[in-house]
Write a protein that binds this ligand. Sequence first.
Ligand code: CJB
Length: 781
Amino acid sequence: MRDEAVTVPSDAAFRAAVLERLSSDHGGRRDLCSVRRAMAAVLRGVVVPIWQSALERGAGHKRVAYLSMEFLIGRLAGDTLLSLGLRDAAKAVCLELGLTLDDVLEVEPDAALGNGGLGRLAACFLDSMATVGCPAVGYGLRYEHGLFRQGIEDDKQTETPEDWLSRGYPWELRSARSYGIGFFGTVTDGVWKPSETIWAQGYDVPVPGWQGSFAGTLRLWAAEAVQSFDLGRFNGGDHVGASETEASARALCRVLYPDDGTEAGQTLRLKQEYFLSAASLADLLADHRAAGLPMETLPDHVAIQLNDTHPAIAGPELMRVLIDEEGLEFDAALKLARGVLNYTNHTLLPEALESWPEMLLGWLLPRHLEIIRMLAGAMPGAGILGGSEVRMGNLAFAMAGRVNGVSALHTELMKETVFAGLHRQHPERIVNQTNGVTPRRWIAGCNPGLAGAVTAAIGEGWLTDLERLGELEPLQPGVVEAMAEVKRANKVQLAAWLGATQGVQVDPGAMFDVQIKRIHEYKRQHLNILETIALWQEMRDAPQAGWVPRVKIFAGKAAPGYHFAKEIIHLIGKVARMVNADPVTGDLLKVVFLPNYNVSLAERLIPAADLSEQISTAGKEASGTGNMKFAMNGALTIGTLDGANVEIRERVGAENFLLFGMTAEEVSSRRAIPDHAATAIEAEPRLARALEALRDGTFIPDWPDLFAGIADNVSGPDHFLVASDFADYWRAQREADRWFADADGWAEKAALNVARSGWFSSDRTIRGYMADIWGISPVSA
Ligand code: CJB
């Protein structure tokens, strides 16, 4: 239902426009970068009118302000071409220029304004809101450097800055929106006089919905100095100092997640959070005032979603504006604020639940600390303050109309653990919205072969109505074969890429077993690599025992200060070196660690995966979204009953899912058993032997005890219960081998995973938010 006012060029017009751009803007050069830029400029010319028309259609409609410190949007050209139906035209023009479209698309920087799942979810939501007709602005920060670039040197992680903006970013428009944001200073009789002001300058990235049906906006705030250059100082000879205010302002948005190990780092992080919150509120309130609407009607016009606690300071900021600027009484302000604010919790991990020292918060934002204390006084049972800290989760809960978890299990655990007290006081406030992912990028964009097979079987239209994948059932033999053929082709392609770029030769007939996500103890990449070591040892013992060949693929970044996670990467690299060179196991087992995991690498790997590793300690992974992407691309999950794995298994069927491990409840009781790890290791000689290899220098003879730290952790405290889950994981892995050995049986299970994952579209999630949280109906076509 494309808006009739919107015109998408014909293939011929697109070709002509790209060639014209090449000649006018790039001196006729035909290199990858010039062609990429020319194409982006043409696409932007198509997208901007779609966006403007959608903004007009959405005017006056209630809308969402999605506040998030992270938007992991990845590359945009491929998505845009697909959505506008111009992919074939782009392929043709690239060929004509002696290039391939894939190569051209690949030179676009992968915009990594996020760390992982939370940021990628925000990006999927933008796509879905634009597609289902939910007027929305995603508010974020325009970090100069997104998530660091990961290199691997001597099998260890290195970090260098990422520079997505360094050659200009064709998808953004500098907006007319800018606001002065105050920091520090003093409060006298409730009047805040900040001592520092930094300018928030908006940059808009239009987000077109599928086929231009509607659109939304990603508005990123850049930090700019109020006065960027001190001419007097310069003329006085202080040539560097003259730009000091500019440098200090720019530091605010310099990097995503600065190191918060020091006080300066912590202040910067809180500064970022407030900068995002205050600028975004100023922006939406400016619209409300400009429309001449009374402040009391704010909840009828806007719903604010706090993506985790990172923008939770928006609560006190909204109170400040309502009380100090609009003159509302405290109670009226709180009621109004709660009418617009909602909060999504994405983790129960204690170390990830934000809290700020009152001292620090009061120094940076003195008026906000006063307001927070008033809130704490008004809601004594809310636990907003504790141990001289402001607990941001409790604050967000106390100020929100709705609080949601991101999978059914996670939401129940929220009610039972971190928010148990608050839930008892407000039993209606917590709701669940299980995450989802956009099928436009995560099926059609990254796996055109699969999309073609689905369309051939059930016709068009399923990409915006993903439950229609259910029409693939009952499975017709031709469909299962077509999907298996697509998988095979994707694997051949990945194998060629691995050979060309990593120098690793793999057999496309082997099972491609993939674990890609941030490296974290709770995600248990060390469980996977220990099983790999044990498998290698057994294969060496009996190479002729009829093993099913495996390729173990890992990718993921470790937080720069997270030593244990970095050791896991190091270990995987060393195991890969040893195993891949072993003539005894040869093609039976290969191990690969791919550097610099990002959205684009996920798009390459997921379509070629047979097995999806979702092996977190039960109760720790709030939802997971990679698990959904794998299932809808026909990979079988080996996983615990954690996060959305539970719902994936319910939907795809227990017989098409490789379950193992303890439940969240069993995890808690197991942890209470003294020596739980030692007992588990004693009962499982395979694990004992694999751990021994970490201590005896098998993988690094010059430094035999290098990985003893990992072995000691798994044998000792083992908080994440690697040892206790190992035996069952091994069992499930061998079950996977047996299933895979029956190629037809596996192909059917894979096809059923595709057919039954329609519910995991983020369109469904967004419709859930619209109905249960935001009270927004779609803008009609
Ligand atoms: N998550 O990526 C993050 N960052 C955080 O700071 C907290 C949670 C992840 O959010 C995803 C989206 O909801 C979840 O799928 C994932 O389980 C969670 O770890």
